[in-house]
Design a binder for this molecule. Sequence first.
Ligand code: GLN
Length: 514
Amino acid sequence: MSREKIVVIDFGGQYNQLVARRIRECKVYCEIYSYKTDIETIKKMNPKGIILTGGPDSCYGENAATCNQALFELGIPVLGLCYGAQLMMHVLGGHVCKAPVREYGKILVDIDKNSMLFNNISEKTICWMSHNDYIETVAPGFQIIAHTADCPVAAAQWEEKKLYAIQFHPEVLHTTEGTKMLSNFIFHICDCRGDWKMDSFVENSIKEIRKKVGKGKVLCALSGGVDSSVAAVLLAKAVGSQLTCVFVDHGLLRKNEGDEVEEVFGPHGPYSLNFIRVNAQKRFYEKLKGIDEPEQKRKIIGEEFIRVFEEEAKKIGAVDFLVQGTIYPDVVESGLGGESAVIKSHHNVGGLPDYVNFEEIIEPLRDLFKDEVRKAGLELGIPETLVYRQPFPGPGLGIRIVGEVTAEKVRMVQEADAIYREEIAKAGLDKSIGQYFAALTNMRSVGVMGDERTYDYAVALRAVNTIDFMTAETAEIPFSVLTKVMNRIINEVKGINRVLYDLTSKPPGTIEFE
Ligand code: GLN
């Protein structure tokens, strides 16, 4: 039995990996290809179905990403999502133009017609929209199957040809019945069996790493976070003693974290990695002096990281590979996710100075989402406490301190964050909230403490729930818990006289502050 496959064609949408992921969740194998891939290549893959993703262009614009009309004549079912839907109509003779009303966010969609795509879907259903253009008239042969108050064509089909177009994003979880729609496409329209398992990611990665590394020496950047820990253990299993893990304590870690990392990965921990801890706090603070622009901070921290590794590598001797725990959302936000637009640079991705002496970078988790990384971690036998650890950005507290970073500010945010985490755990909320942390704002304001005027910093508490870290909603923490945290921070952390709670969701915010 041949392996069935869905091909996702990437037009640069922010959510394109989510599409692939939903399909994998349906136990169907899938691969993503750029829209520039030629039709013969696609045909040779003999896919059961093709999905066209969203994208930033306007399909009628000059130099817009496009596709060959023949794609719709292969007899293979095609599902266009947002840009993909607009493009399908445009290429086949419909009319796409700027929408009089752009739609963004959760929108109520009315399903008008029976369609296999909407099998078992409510007649009125909430869908996630994000578009400026719209389909004014469908291409000949198509039938409108859904609309919204502002969008006459929220979905269309040409049933006999198995062509489907939807303006919204079923891959985003805010589309309440989106996964069901995608599985309708995969199982009822493409006739997939769904017998592929996400099982052997670990096994395959180990094999691939061994093949790639050969007898080479590998240096792993260990931050103690979930991603780099999983990457480190994966590498340790693949190449054992060829691997050296360098843990840079850049002085931007959470309270006590350096020692905790050493306990797990150091010589007394369960893994037999070559472990080197570098205490580089002073170096980083020095470099960050006077710098308040977030992108610059990220770059400095990232570069200093590489420098430290370089120095360690020299001590170890020639090193052939550098391992990083980059995961998919990092790749998308850095604008390297195929065709997507740049949101912000990530220290793990790109931006590597060209003087680095490593032959090549290995990023074994590059295609995975956070929860998939955790699954891989469990499969590797990493303890749950570590696998479910709070996510922590590579540049550390450096980007949870708005403005200039100083040792004093690091102390404040570390203390406040530790109190916050302690109280959240005490309230029994630590398992139910996705990510929560304290950040130091750059705002100082007047207060009064012990009858004395203070002029101190405000700390912001953040807590969000998210499944895939692409979108996030603010967590509702009981006021009594927040009040307790506020009281403790004000009383125990010198230099802070105000505590704020951040209500912003993602989008428009990001999860981190900078
Ligand atoms: N750029 C197109 C629009 O604005 C498609 C957007 C998308 O795919 N999310 O309508």
